[in-house]
Every structure is written in structure tokens, then in C-alpha cells.
Design a protein around this ligand. Structure first.
Ligand code: IPE
Ligand code: IPE
Ligand code: MG
Length: 247
């Protein structure tokens, strides 16, 4: 661990127990906006600032992977104006933040089915992946049009095709092979899942990958989720006794 990491790490955190992968269900943008007397989209805009600062914490504290749930396969059911706003917001943010993220060593990846994403955003996603592919400071995974059940079905389809073509034996399908067909291939499973805004559910997020993940749920709405509370969440995680089914 470099001196820089140690000096930036909040004093209450144990540098020997830093999670390798933190995932977040960024919920409560709409409720935050309502509280402020603002339209829901103002909450999404404010939520983007939280993403920026938590990503920076991950980089500074040595958390190698940060994954955010930005848009679920179920979120298409929201009013068209909100969906369109979100797609434009994602595209605009990637455009405006890409150079800075690249300069900071962020590698950008996406989870989810790209085929239904508007072309402008999809092009920006491709550009972000290409530009940052060799960066190693932190991997930032953004789930857009992501649904875990859909991801698992796609994996089943791809594996079945290979079996049908004689490229794979049924007996060869084990957990590690299966994981290679998920959008998260190559990433460690999340150590910690944070869900803001108090709901106690997974909402179709990383159902396979979260099998042994520690969960931190807070009533704070995502736009209000501060670096201090992130520190608190990591401190809480560091107190957990992870048994993985053993004694
Ligand atoms: C999370 O905030 C952001 C997305 C799902 C895109 P919400 O928009 O779900 O906010 P609430 O849950 O309505 O407060
Ligand atoms: C989960 O939030 C999805 C994202 C954060 C993108 P939702 O607001 O869509 O989840 P539910 O509807 O409360 O389960
Ligand atoms: Mg919500």
C-alpha cells in the first residue's frame, strides 16, 4: 500500500481490511427531490455528484472495484420523460467526466444489456470502455439496463449453444465457468453492498454475485450519502465476521 493511500484513508478504517469490491444500489433520488420540493430529475442530477465523490474515495482508499446500479431492466416502466432524462444524463455525464476519470486512472465497464440502450449513450459507453481499458487505479462498473435474471438467462443461452455445438460438456459447467458468462466476468464478487433510502430488497441486482456479500442499508437518500457515511459503512463492514458458511 502506498503512502498516499495511507494518508488519505480515514483514521477509523483498518488498512488491512479494505473491501476489494463495493456495490451500491443508489436509491432515493426521487424521494430526496420531493423533500426539497424539486422535480424527480433534480434528484438524479444531485445523485451524480454523490457517485463522483464515492468513486474518488474508492480510488483514494484502495477499493479496487466500485459498481453502481444506475438503471434496471424494470426502470423502463417509468414515465417516458424520466427515462429519456436519465439516458441523456448518463450520456452527458460520461462525456463531461471521461477525461477526468481517465486522468485519475479509472477503468470504466458496464453491466447490462446494451442492445436496448439509445445509440448516443451506447456510443459514449463504447468510447469510455476503449479509452480507459488499460487503467488500473479503480474499476468503475456502471449497471445500465441491468437485470440479474436477464444476465443469468443470457449466460444460460450462451452456455447451451456451446454445449449444442459440441464445444463444451455438460459436466464442465461449474460455478467458475458459469461466472465467466456473466457481465461481471473477471471481477471479484462484491464484499459490501450498500443500499440507500431504506428499502430492504435487491431489486434484481447481482443475484448470483451477492451470495456472500455483506449488506449495509441506510435510510439516507443517495444524493445525501456523504463520504463520512461511506466511511461509516466501511467501518461497519470491517467489524463483520464473514463465515462463508463455516464455523
Ligand atoms: C434511484 O432513485 C435512481 C434510479 C432508479 C434511476 P429513484 O429514482 O428510484 O428514487 P426513489 O426511490 O423514487 O426515491
Ligand atoms: C433500484 O431502485 C434500481 C436502481 C437503483 C437503478 P428502484 O427504485 O428501481 O427499486 P425498487 O422499485 O424500489 O425496488
Ligand atoms: Mg427507487
Amino acid at each position: 500500500m502506498t503512502t498516499q493511500l495511507i494518508t488519505k484513508l480515514p483514521a477509523i478504517l483498518d488498512p488491512t481490511k479494505i473491501p476489494q469490491h463495493v456495490a451500491a444500489i443508489m436509491d432515493g433520488n426521487g424521494r430526496w427531490a420531493k423533500q426539497q420540493g424539486l422535480p424527480r430529475i433534480a434528484g438524479h442530477q444531485q445523485g451524480a455528484n454523490t457517485v463522483r465523490s464515492i468513486l474518488r474515495c474508492c480510488k483514494d482508499w484502495g477499493i479496487a472495484n466500485f459498481t453502481v446500479y444506475a438503471f434496471s431492466t424494470e426502470n423502463w416502466g417509468r414515465p417516458e420523460a424520466e427515462v429519456n432524462f436519465l439516458m441523456r444524463l448518463f450520456e452527458g455525464l460520461l462525456d463531461s467526466e471521461l477525461d477526468r476519470m481517465h486522468a485519475e486512472g479509472v477503468r470504466i465497464r458496464f453491466l447490462g444489456d446494451r442492445s436496448q440502450v439509445p445509440i448516443g449513450l451506447r456510443n459514449m459507453m463504447d468510447k469510455s470502455i476503449k479509452k480507459t481499458v488499460n487503467n488500473r487505479a479503480v474499476t468503475f462498473n456502471i449497471a445500465i439496463n441491468y437485470g440479474s435474471r436477464n444476465e443469468i438467462l443470457q449466460a444460460c443461452r450462451s452456455i447451451s449453444k456451446r454445449v449444442k455445438n459440441g464445444e463444451l460438456e455438460t459436466e464442465q459447467i461449474d460455478e467458475s465457468l458459469f461466472a465467466k458468462y456473466l457481465d461481471t466476468h473477471g471481477l471479484p464478487d462484491p464484499d459490501l453492498l450498500i443500499r440507500t433510502s431504506g428499502e430492504q430488497r435487491l431489486s434484481n441486482f447481482l443475484l448470483w454475485q451477492l451470495a456472500y456479500t455483506e449488506i449495509y442499508i441506510t435510510n439516507t437518500h443517495w444524493p445525501d450519502f456523504s463520504n463520512d457515511e461511506f466511511t461509516q459503512a466501511i467501518a461497519d463492514y470491517q467489524q463483520r465476521n464473514r463465515r462463508f458458511g463455516k464455523v
